[in-house]
Design a protein. Structure first.
Length: 130
């Protein structure tokens, strides 16, 4: 029942890896740091997607998952434009990596601020569907 903290830790691992990637000139260290960030990105997914049912039930859970998915699709569209804009301004992709790190830190903090119903998380079958 520690989904929030595990999600936040994975977001912070992502942020740390992105910052190290942006600040390190050595290509081997950059590859290691980018791999480290990848570990954070891919480890956050299963824990994050299990969280909506911890504080939503029934149709609200379905709507919550749909809302999260729509925001993810919008960010998947906007993100490359932001990265390209920062590359045009700075001449390097390194300027966009701290932006990704900042979004990861904000996401980790926001995840820690979510309060959920422990009863929903432990016994979802006992809660009546809406």
């Amino acid at each position: 029942m520690e989904r929030r903290s595990h999600t936040a830790i994975a977001f912070m691992i992502t942020a740390l890896g992105m910052v190290i990637t942006a600040l390190t000139p050595n290509p081997y260290a950059r590859l290691f740091a980018l791999s480290f960030a990848g570990f954070g990105v891919f480890s956050v997914l299963p824990v994050f997607w299990a969280m909506p049912t911890a504080f939503l039930s029934g149709t609200a859970a379905a709507a919550g998952v749909a809302y999260i998915n729509s925001l993810a699709n919008i960010s998947g569209f906007v993100g490359p434009f932001v990265m390209g804009f920062i590359k045009d301004l700075t001449g390097s992709f390194d300027g966009g990596l701290p932006v990704i790190a900042a979004v990861s830190v904000i996401s980790g903090i926001a995840t820690l601020c979510i309060h959920h119903d422990h009863e929903l998380e432990q016994r979802p079958e006992a809660v009546p569907a809406e």
